[in-house]
Design a protein around this ligand. Structure first.
Ligand code: ZN
Length: 442
């Protein structure tokens, strides 16, 4: 056994804790014990629509062995530099050290996992081989069950430890199954020292705007319209801030420019954030609850605002299948885009489905076709009698009372539409971890 995979999930709770923090601690202890990281540690977001997730539904996995090849600095923990290696040494052999590795993980779990929290069900897994990529795909797009996960671990002759209902094992295995070769991004996460946990964070907004402008490969840093510093979490977890981007080197430079309270430690994770991996292309009748979909349709019910400020409309396809779409209040200015839609417009909607009746919570929308919008000037004038015609009722056209000539439309003028063809997305403050920002489309 030259190298092994470790997967961890569901160690956090709503009152603090954080799976990335536990992973970072385990990584440090393993490195202190003589093991090396092979490749970046990975933060893998899973299906965001599952109701029983803790917070961001992110699981961690990483590979250890004896390192060789290129060496990349990826963090600093307790004043020592953390590196990852491009490959494993030929002489690497962990066969006799698995018990030691288990012991290290169990110790960290004992100290930091929020096992007592009612919704926290931690788990970790040690695997010699990666599970099939399909396991990840199911974990990010649909629902994985514990039984199938235990079967997978068994078939790979892996070791696992689950606490309470062991649900954390699901994310732990799905995270190991992820492949970075499809599409991936990075997040540099900084942590606070333990005595600061739960207190107000100090991260200067101006310095965040500065890196946002300087490094175009970073994303979701700052929401200018809503004055929201997105790199800072709002839960009481050990994270100080996290900078996301396409280029790990740019993240390290950005980190050096952020002005904040003292950073205790930092580490870079490779992630599936910002990749749209959760989205599946569907026709309306195939859509199931808890999925995230991309679906095309024609607007058949005009957007209308309901209590709470949520904006709803309905789309339909040629088979007369219908589904509701929503832009909820937290999507702020995005609702004004949605309100501009008219009956007949053709759109492709991207978003998660959580509610019954099925409703798509829109993350972004592509406007495919816009209908003409007219404003009425006056009733049409009869060409024979030169008199105004009379309306025959709503949408029933006009008729001259004298000579009975009919006319379908009033005298009207084309109105400007305030929408263009192409994509619109929710503001940074409302962005889901997995949603691919339009900025990444090139
Ligand atoms: Zn007439």
């Amino acid at each position: 056994m030259k190298k092994i995979w470790i997967g961890i999930d569901d160690t956090d709770s709503r009152n603090g804790g954080c799976t990335t923090h536990i992973a970072k601690t385990i990584i440090k202890f393993l490195i202190d014990d003589g093991f090396d990281l092979i490749g970046y540690p990975r933060l893998v977001r899973l299906n965001p629509n599952i109701p029983w997730k803790t917070r961001g539904n992110g699981a961690i996995s990483f590979r250890i062995g004896l390192g060789a090849g290129y060496k990349n600095k990826i963090g600093e923990i307790d004043k020592s530099e953390i590196f990852c290696f491009s490959r494993v040494k030929k002489s690497s052999d962990l066969t006799k050290q698995v018990d030691r590795i288990k012991e290290i993980i169990l110790d960290v779990f004992k100290d930091y996992a929020h096992v007592r929290d009612i919704n926290t069900n931690p788990g970790f897994v040690i695997l010699k081989d990666k599970p099939s990529f399909d396991v990840y795909k199911k974990g990010v797009r649909d629902i994985l069950y514990l039984n199938e996960i235990k079967d997978i671990i068994k078939s790979l002759k892996g070791f696992y430890k689950g606490y309470k209902n062991s649900r954390g094992l699901i994310g732990a295995v799905a995270s190991v199954a992820w492949m970075t070769s499809k599409d991936s991004t990075f997040e540099l996460i900084t942590y606070r020292s333990e005595e600061k946990w739960g207190t107000k964070r100090l991260v200067e907004d101006e310095s965040v705007k500065n890196i946002d402008r300087l490094y175009r490969s970073t994303f979701d840093n700052y929401d200018y319209k809503n004055k929201h510093n997105r790199i800072v979490p709002n839960s009481p977890c050990p994270i100080l801030y996290g900078i996301r981007g396409d280029d790990a080197k740019d993240l390290i430079e950005s980190y050096s420019l952020i002005k904040s309270e003292k950073v205790d430690s930092w580490i870079i994770f490779q992630t599936n954030q910002g990749t749209d991996d959760h989205i599946q292309s569907k026709v309306i009748s195939q859509i199931k609850i808890f999925q995230s979909v991309k679906v095309k349709g024609r607007v058949i019910v005009k957007p209308h605002t309901i209590i709470g400020g949520h904006v709803l409309f309905t789309i339909s396809n040629d088979l007369d299948e219908k589904i509701d779409c929503a832009s909820y209040e937290p999507t702020k200015q995005f609702r004004n885009i949605i309100r501009e839609l008219l009956i007949g417009d053709v759109v492709e909607v991207y978003g998660g489905v959580r509610k019954k009746p099925l409703t798509i919570n829109i993350e972004k929308i592509e406007i495919k076709k816009l209908v003409d919008d007219f404003i009425k000037i006056q009733n049409p004038i009869c060409t024979n009698c030169k008199k105004h015609m009379k309306s025959r009722g709503k949408n029933q056209g006009y008729k001259c009372l004298k000579c009975k000539t009919k006319e379908e439309f009033a005298e009207r003028r084309k109105k400007n539409r305030h929408l263009n063809h192409g994509f619109y997305e929710v503001p940074v403050c409302a962005r889901r971890h997995l949603s691919k920002p339009l900025k990444r489309y090139k």
